[in-house]
Design a protein around this ligand. Structure first.
Ligand SMILES: Cc1cc2nc3c(=O)[nH]c(=O)nc-3n(C[C@H](O)[C@H](O)[C@H](O)COP(=O)(O)O)c2cc1C
Length: 347
């Protein structure tokens, strides 16, 4: 079946490069820059929607600066459903219609039914529904419940929050694709997330059946990311992400972001906070040291720091800070080159 993904978002180019909705980090400037480069940029609204109207207004103004005026804003908005206020979300989306609403981490999958129906109603179907899942069972359940336009298949390598038990994208994606065919939902587009940071990863995901890829960790090193220098430097300096990052609840406990459903943890770069947490226990002394690190500015991050640097196993593939539009076009052309026919020499 032909992909409807590029048709739904006519400014986008193949292969579709998507910037992840990273709470507090992926704001209007990053989302707009990615969409203007032919990708699809997301604003990370997360679980607290108080700033979302401002972000959407800012995105609209940035597009207007470039003479882009459109009833549907060519960016998406990512919600963390266990914490986000449903009614407030609908009120905001009714007034500022984004191209996509992305759902992640509901208390129960069943909750996503009212979210999908509600958003489709208030936007008259103009906002597409994307749902990020990390298991085959969740993919089947939300596909049957909500019939999303896109499933974002999140593998275990992903930075930030994800399931504590999950597979890497190389097995998860084709198994989800097979499961969708088996339940007659092969029309749902799949995009891949988790560990993709450059063209080789994109090409691999296309070969596995994805229509596009989501990158979070790579865009932490974009000029438009709203990120502290100490955090960004930590991403640039770190490598060997399977060893240097870990998925854990320690960072949430220290930060006080503790409402996550039990099966989720956040993948971040290992630092002193994590090393001190024996069996995941966070002590009052660790909290004190964490608070103290908050006062140190950029020095609070790093291997010997204590502040949280959420990032995925792809850290070793991220070498420099670049404008988001360059990241999108570079990764896209690297992937296309890998698919172009090899040069045949004329003998
Ligand atoms: C710093 C950071 C913050 C994130 N915040 C969110 C979020 O607010 N909502 C969400 O759905 N996903 C969030 N994610 C996960 C991404 O949606 C995505 O699954 C992940 O970035 C893909 O893996 P990668 O980091 O290897 O590219 C976050 C990821 C990172 C790295």
């Amino acid at each position: 079946m032909a992909s409807t993904l590029l048709a739904h978002h006519p400014w986008t180019k193949h292969p579709l490069i998507i910037s992840a909705p990273m709470r507090l980090i992926a704001l209007a400037p990053l989302a707009v820059a990615v969409s203007q480069a032919g990708g699809l940029g997301f604003i990370g609204a997360g679980s607290d929607l108080n700033d979302l109207t401002n972000q959407l207004k800012h995105a609209k103004a940035l597009f207007l600066d470039n003479h882009i005026k459109s009833e549907v804003l060519p960016v998406g908005v990512g919600f963390i459903n266990w914490g986000a206020d449903f009614q407030l979300a609908l009120d905001i989306l009714a007034n500022h219609i984004p191209a996509v609403a992305w759902f992640f981490a509901p208390e129960r999958n069943q909750d996503l039914l009212r979210w999908s129906t509600g958003v489709r109603d208030v936007t008259q179907g103009r906002t597409k529904i994307w749902i990020q899942i990390g298991t085959v069972a969740d993919a089947v359940e939300v596909a049957n419940l909500c019939n999303p336009d896109v499933l974002v298949v999140q593998g275990a390598d992903a930075g930030g929050h994800g399931l504590e038990r999950g597979a890497g994208i190389i097995t998860l994606l084709p198994e989800v694709a097979d499961a969708m065919q088996a339940i007659g939902k092969g029309n749902i587009n799949l995009v891949a997330a988790g560990g993709i940071a450059e063209g080789r990863g994109v090409a691999a995901c296309l070969a596995l059946g994805a229509e596009g890829v989501v990158m979070g960790t790579r865009f932490l090193a974009s000029e438009e990311a709203n990120i502290a220098k100490g955090y960004q430097d930590d991403v640039l300096k770190s490598s060997d992400g399977g060893v240097r990052t870990v998925r854990s609840k320690v960072y949430d406990t220290l930060r006080g972001t503790t409402g996550w459903p039990d099966r989720y943890g956040g993948r971040g770069i290992i630092n002193e906070s994590y090393m001190d947490a024996v069996n995941g226990e966070v002590t009052d002394e660790m909290k004190r040291l964490y608070e103290k690190a908050l006062t140190k500015g950029d020095e609070g991050w790093g291997e010997h720091g204590r502040l949280t640097a959420y990032a995925g196993t792809a850290i070793g593939l991220v070498h420099q800070v670049s404008p988001a539009h360059e990241i999108v076009s570079e990764v896209r052309s690297q992937a296309l080159k890998l698919f172009s026919p090899p040069h045949t020499s004329k003998l």
